[in-house]
Design a protein around this ligand. Structure first.
Ligand code: OGA
Ligand code: NI
Length: 363
């Protein structure tokens, strides 16, 4: 089923970002905090206690154990996965099976792109009006909002129909093949996890994965320049997708998740992927799996690079609680067509509203 050029445009031109300065070059020219424009400063950044402690470490799930069909250890791992998604909304995934070569070439391709001079990056991949694909910033929707201290490179990588490969950078020359390969391998992992998560909800085999099989995958490469100012790489948010798989590209931490009113730093184990439940999975599961707020802080000495792969359902499916999971009168969220959901995502950004709140069924 092809959607044609027009369909692709309709699906990918969902609104772009107001133009704002490139942060990498701003960082180079504003070395002291006093020269950073006010729009980036977050005076109340330390308003909440940040906790470092072993007791507050993310659950770790081993995919190889999880997939060890029928074994008791696999059932235990599945129970752990379920409780991670119900209680934390976040976990680390080890033995995920994404090949080391796919990971290393993706990292090298991203580093190769970002290390080019600004003109090269802009020249090969600048974001176009009305779209978030390309090199630029995440949705900036008003002149008043605080700005994030980071640049990004974003592309739709799945389904094949949605892919605008000609927007993908041709430098470094390995970029396109690295992204193709990484995208496919990560998608496989996302589907494995969704299969298990569906099973844990008591759904028929493939019911949940069926929604994502031909689904949308967007890949966001984040570059956060180092700085000593009170800045945020990404403002607090939850992901408006099904499932996010994040790779920390260099050993610089910055991701924090909100748990019981405090910010908890995520310290990924070498080689692990950080996985989180997005709003769509919370909605599909009628609130059983939780989409948790997170943010990124800025390191004083070294830039941070990460790659988030976002997985959303097929374009023709409905976003709403799965009927089997709704007991009499307990439907927590409204059901929308995926296109209307996409529109809601954009308009909630415009209003600064919480998306999940606006989809809640009112008594
Ligand atoms: C995101 C995100 C976290 C990170 O891209 O949505 O939350 O560590 N990224 O870069
Ligand atoms: Ni996020």
């Amino acid at each position: 089923m092809g959607m044609g050029e027009e369909g692709k445009q309709r699906r990918t031109q969902l609104g772009g970002s107001l133009p704002v300065p490139n942060v990498q070059s701003l960082a180079a020219s504003c070395t002291s905090p006093s020269t950073v424009p006010d729009r980036y400063l977050r005076p109340d950044l330390d308003g909440h206690v940040v906790v470092h402690g072993d007791a507050e470490q993310l659950p770790v799930i081993d995919l190889a154990v999880l997939l060890g069909e029928g074994r008791p250890s696999s059932r235990d791992e599945a129970a752990k996965l379920r409780s991670a998604c119900e209680d934390w909304g976040f976990f680390q995934l080890v033995n995920h099976g994404v090949g080391e070569e796919a990971v290393e070439s993706m990292k090298a391709a991203m580093e190769g792109f970002f290390s080019q001079p600004l003109e090269e990056k802009m020249g090969s991949s600048e974001q176009r009006a009305g779209s978030i694909e390309g090199y630029g910033q995440a949705f900036v929707v008003s002149d008043e909002q605080k700005l994030d201290w980071g640049d990004m490179l974003f592309f739709y990588a799945q389904p094949p129909d949605l892919k605008n490969t000609r927007l993908w950078p041709s430098h470094p020359p390995t970029f396109r093949s690295a992204l193709e390969k990484y995208s496919m391998e990560v998608k496989k992992v996302a589907l494995s996890l969704l299969r298990q998560l569906g099973g844990e909800l008591g759904l028929e085999a493939e019911e949940l994965t069926g929604l994502f099989q031909e689904g949308v995958q967007g890949v966001r490469m984040n570059y956060y320049p180092h700085h000593t100012g009170r800045l945020l790489g990404i403002s607090p948010h939850s992901d408006a997708v099904g499932l996010t798989l994040l790779l920390q590209v260099n050993p610089v931490q910055g991701l924090q998740i909100r748990r019981a009113g405090r910010w908890i730093p995520v310290c990924p184990m070498p080689g692990a992927l950080v996985v989180n439940v997005g709003d769509v999975l919370q909605i599909l599961s009628n609130g059983q799996y939780k989409s948790i707020e997170h943010r990124v802080i800025i390191n004083a000495e070294k830039e941070r690079l990460s790659i988030a792969a976002f997985h959303s359902p097929n374009l023709d499916c409905l976003i709403g609680p799965l009927p089997e999971l709704v007991k009499e009168g307990e439907q927590r969220y409204n059901t929308l067509r995926s296109e209307d959901y996409a529109r809601l995502v954009i308009s909630s950004k415009l209003d600064g509203k919480n998306l999940l709140d606006s989809m809640k069924v009112r008594a």
